[in-house]
Design a protein around this ligand. Structure first.
Ligand SMILES: [Zn+2]
Length: 146
């Protein structure tokens, strides 16, 4: 699939998220934002012991997000918004392209465009993890302009 199409899907997902969270890609989203989206979109969240970080599925009527109960802090947020992205982007998540899109949406949720400049200037104080996701987020910005 061409880059142009990827952007259309992502923009549709972003505008649906913005209807619930207007500051998406302006301020970093929080756990509270996650629960608000789940409430508005009727997504049932199950936190339990899993062999993966999380997954999303829809049985045709109800939406479910399963999250690994061992996830904490930023890892929890990253995976929670990744699964939310699958809800808005595609049901069920299957291809590598869909994973890339969900990853991009999650990165935008936790590293909004409005804060990138500041984060880049502080990058040398970052952990290896923070540096890695910042690098990935900047790739999303340069590829898709979002
Ligand atoms: Zn995924």
């Amino acid at each position: 699939m061409k880059r142009g199409n990827l952007k259309i899907f992502m923009n549709l997902a972003i505008s649906r998220i913005r209807q619930i969270i207007p500051h998406f890609n302006e301020q970093a989203l929080t756990e509270k934002d996650f629960w608000l989206i789940c409430e508005k979109e009727n997504i049932r969240v199950v936190e339990t012991r899993l062999f993966v970080d999380g997954f999303y599925f829809c049985d045709g009527r109800r939406n479910f997000i399963y999250l690994n109960s061992a996830l904490r802090g930023i890892f929890w947020l990253e995976n929670a918004f990744h699964e939310i992205a699958h809800h808005f982007l595609h049901t069920p998540p299957r291809s590598q392209r869909q994973e890339t899109e969900a990853r991009a949406i999650a990165l935008i949720a936790i590293l909004p465009r409005g804060q990138l400049e500041k984060l880049v200037s502080e990058a040398d104080e970052c952990s290896e993890y923070a540096e890695r996701i910042l690098h990935e987020r900047l790739e999303v910005l340069s590829k898709h302009g979002i």
